[in-house]
Design a protein around this ligand. Structure first.
Ligand SMILES: *[C@@H]1O[C@H](CO)[C@@H](O)[C@H](O)[C@H]1NC(C)=O
Ligand SMILES: *[C@@H]1O[C@H](CO)[C@@H](O)[C@H](O)[C@H]1NC(C)=O
Ligand SMILES: *[C@@H]1O[C@H](CO)[C@@H](O)[C@H](O)[C@H]1NC(C)=O
Ligand SMILES: *[C@@H]1O[C@H](CO)[C@@H](O)[C@H](O)[C@H]1NC(C)=O
Length: 486
């Protein structure tokens, strides 16, 4: 019975105060009485979370006609809620709570100075009706969709040109129900590119944290043309044979921090991108100043951290540390090719533990996969200053397969203090190196001559910058919120 009073949202209270000034004394009286009689239940009715910004106003999806029965579509309630709450953008911002339940929904847009908060027992279920995902144009840096030429289905949770937007919760779930999309993809039945679970474009100050993402139709989290992005405590899971279920794909983004994430998927756990061939070159927006920390990844058919393959706007200053890989195809993989243009440079990785891998290191200079036949085969990427150190790997089939581009070698590669133990049936040759150049120190098994060991008297330690990036200075605050159960 105390829950009832608590379920009055702050903005509702404010509205009532405005509309029914005469009743204010009565209302306050009721609230005080309840506070006295139910302090304990009120306290347990508050939760805390950490966020880049707390919000002054709160509402529940049920206030907008939401029904959490798993079968009623909530696309309209979500969009109505967001549109309504957008009015508080200049008045302390607003939070939309999703209570326990199964909330079926199609794509909806977020707004600025806004938090979407999922209760631990809340499940957002992606609609199986493709009409619930409006068609949007291809990304300018890609020129076409990834799955098919032309348009894309809007992502489940999306937003453009926003500032200060948070998607978080108590590890509540977003279930993409991807099976239908995977089947259509496998059978060549898609005329447009599959939706992602979360895509934010042209936005600044983004937090995506403490959520569980399962069975995405395709990529899971895709920030693009955005800056100042904090991604924390995300669990991502999809069948390891599901197509293109990449975990987190920062794409033409500046100043991004990804930490404490656990990802099992059918594609790269983190794929750093910046546009595709001639479209990415002309858009010219790199991904830079990216921090990845404390990532655990299982990706039997793909990489723990991929750089590319779409890297035509450039990738620069990536710092990854404390990474654990289990049963994955490769650790760090650079994917590029003639036609891509752009660059991958100033890459720093340290503290990487790998168990059961096909390759610890992989660089691919002939990735192929072009948007169309208009790409310029003379647009060669620059790959340089790649630093890997302090790594241990066991049950590895092959230490490294490093393949640059003929006439366009990958240079300034540095690998130090890396111990790789081989699988029961390893490859006969442990290092293959073509069109690459660099140095190594304290690496077993012995690297190829192109990455020659500098000898015990010239112990080198590959670089890892110690100065913080601006994203390291972003502070999160502890916010409290009123749990509201319908
Ligand atoms: C969502 O945002 C996109 C891009 O700004 C816009 O085209 C679309 O109409 C919006 N959808 C709704 C339902 O407001
Ligand atoms: C969003 O920002 C981009 C880049 O600045 C701009 O091209 C686009 O028109 C903006 N979209 C809207 C809906 O304001
Ligand atoms: C969310 O999951 C993380 C990692 O499993 C756990 O440490 C944390 O306590 C969980 N938080 C809540 C509110 O359940
Ligand atoms: C070598 O790497 C291991 C982790 O794999 C680390 O514990 C150790 O401190 C490193 N050694 C040096 C000399 O940095």
């Amino acid at each position: 019975m105390h829950v009832k009073a608590s379920s009055l949202t702050i903005f509702k209270v404010r509205k009532m105060v405005g509309m029914l000034c005469g009743m204010i004394i009565v209302l306050v009286g009721i609230m005080n009485t309840r506070e006295v009689e139910g302090r304990k239940s009120r306290i347990s009715n508050y939760g805390e979370y950490s966020a880049i910004n707390c919000r002054a106003h709160t509402a529940s999806i049920t206030d907008f006609g939401g029904v959490g029965d798993g079968t009623t579509s909530n696309t309209k309630p979500f969009q109505t809620a967001v549109d309504h709450l957008s009015q508080y953008g200049s008045d302390g911002g607003a939070m939309l709570l999703v209570p326990p339940g199964k909330w079926l929904t199609g794509s909806f847009n977020l707004t600025s100075h806004f938090t979407l908060f999922l209760h631990k027992d809340a499940v957002l279920l992606a609609s199986q009706d493709m009409n619930e995902f409006p068609l949007i144009p291809p990304l300018p840096s890609y020129g076409r969709g990834r799955d098919a030429p032309g348009g894309r289905y809007a992502s489940l949770i999306t937003g453009s040109n926003l500032t200060d937007v948070i998607i978080t919760g108590e590890n509540g779930t977003i279930d993409g129900q991807g099976e239908m999309w995977w089947q259509k993809f496998h059978h060549g039945q898609l005329k447009h590119t599959r939706p992602y679970l979360i895509e934010l474009m042209y936005s600044d100050s983004i937090q995506i944290s403490h959520l569980t993402l399962i069975n995405s139709p395709s990529w899971n989290i895709h920030p693009i043309y955005s800056s100042n992005i904090l991604i924390q405590g995300i669990t991502i899971s999809a069948p390891v044979n599901s197509p293109n279920t990449d975990g987190i794909n920062p794409d033409s983004c500046t100043n991004t921090r990804i930490e404490d994430c656990y990802i099992v998927s059918g594609d790269d756990c983190v794929a750093v991108k910046s546009g595709w061939d001639e479209y990415g070159i002309s858009y010219g927006m790199p991904t830079k100043q990216l921090v990845i920390r404390r990532l655990t990844c299982i990706s039997p058919t793909s990489a723990v951290i991929a750089l590319g393959s779409e890297m035509s706007g450039g990738i620069q200053d990536v710092r990854a540390e404390d990474i654990t890989a289990i049963n994955s195809e490769s650790g760090v993989r650079i994917k590029t090719g003639a036609g891509r243009g752009g660059y991958v440079k100033d890459i720093y990785v340290k503290g990487f533990t790998m168990h059961t891998m096909k390759w610890a290191f992989w660089m691919t200079g002939n990735y192929g996969s072009h948007p169309d036949d208009k790409y310029d085969p003379n647009a060669l990427p620059t790959i340089k200053n790649i630093n890997y150190r302090d790594m241990v790997a066991d049950d590895v089939k092959m230490a490294a397969r490093l393949e640059g581009i003929s006439g366009d070698p990958f240079t300034e590669i540095c690998i130090s203090n890396v111990t790789i133990s081989l699988a029961a049936k390893p490859k006969k040759i442990q290092w293959t190196c073509t069109d690459v150049a660099g140095i190594s120190s304290g690496v077993t098994p012995k690297p190829c001559d192109a990455i020659a060991d500098q000898g015990p008297y010239n112990n080198i330690e590959c670089e890892f910058p110690t100065d913080p990036l601006p994203i390291d200075d972003i502070q999160v605050q502890t916010c409290s919120y009123q749990r509201m159960y319908p």
